[in-house]
Design a binder for this molecule. Sequence first.
Ligand SMILES: Cc1ncc(COP(=O)(O)O)c(C=O)c1O
Length: 450
Amino acid sequence: MDNNYNEIDKSYVWHPLFQHQRLEETDLMVFKSAHGTTVVDEDGREYLDAYSALWNVNVGYGRKEIADAVYAQIQELPYYPHSQINVPATELAEQLAECLPGDLNHVYFCNSGSEANETAIKIARQYGRQTYPSENRYKIISRYRGYHGFTYGAMSATGQVRRKKAFEPLVPGFHHASPPYCYRCPLGLDYKSCNLACVDEIERIILSEGVETVIGVIAEPIIGGGGVIVPSDDYFPKLREICDKYGLLLILDEVITGFGRTGKMFACEHWEIQPDIITLAKGLTSGYIPLGACVTSSTVFNTFLGEPDENKEFAQVCTYGGHPVACAAGVANLKILQEERLWENAEKIGTYLLEKLKTLETLPNVGEVRGKGLMLAVEFINTDKTQLSTSDTNKIVGQLREKGLIVGKIGHAVDEPENIIYIAPPLILTETEAELIFNTLSEVLIQYNF
Ligand SMILES: Cc1ncc(COP(=O)(O)O)c(C=O)c1O
């Protein structure tokens, strides 16, 4: 029997970030299968998925090894709470510790990026109480345009007004600084003569709030959904120094950037810095099964050690944290990433694609092409550098889709025209596929009259 899934869906499903009234005039796509970098809709039409679903299908679709690992684990032990040990979770934690930089070696598993950041924020606050008992350190600084998740703590750290304003008041103790968005510097300055004024702003907030009230800074190494904002190479080393100077934890949200996306296994390796806490999700299982993780250094972990009556243990439980099936998917996914050295392909093909896309900057409506590895963005402008309208950008995205190319687009983030598209394909992308992405985009941009 042929089902009209759009009709059924319209009656029963509530989609994220979506105005359902639009379903009066437009249908959503129904995806039925996928392989490699390709997704297939219900009519059998194939699309190159240049967004890896939601920045996450790093190893590509149809990896039988992951399916087999999941199937075997469900039969062996489908679930047991992580108050005890299960083998895939222990194996995955060991393997993560081995490939993460420095002494990031204690893994707290959860189910998503939001939960990983929620966990990091709570670990930071409890760490603050236990490390500085005579102070009141709980405040966390993040950046405008940054995204850290939809739960209350992670949302409070988020710097995107459209993801927050309907739900205010948020959790107290979160403060925001300017992002390192050099193309449209919020401070009106130019790199390098700015001397990293956006990092100085973070220091100023710390001092204005009172050092004895601040516990950490949370940041995406490259802001993802807020526009693919790549910091200059001196940004994170300077931020690390500031955190050290005031005894603060640096929390890096590598939910998008982790697992090869930017051309290194973890983005912090680009600048040879180690955070005190790193949060992971998306590429941890390449989206095959939900899984998140918050990993801390041994220094942070050790402050949670003590006698039972000291109550120093981390006061959080998560029913599905360390789920054996999800962790088995994680182990199989990591094996693929490492055996195929996919971060190297992301660096090679990403650099190739970025160089080609950069040539589009000569077009009147292309403002900036930017990114690292296979985390790229194109920002569209009007001829006076103002942002191209959301509707014109939507038309570009629609035309690309008609030509069989799916890209991402900034959405429900800042109160500005949504003029940035994202190109973040699976890390298995070939040079031929990179050319296809470039050719399709340039064809649309050259022909399109907006
Ligand atoms: C940088 C970053 N952090 C956290 C999250 C939240 O992850 P999740 O949607 O899995 O809760 C996202 C989601 O896109 C993200 O991009």
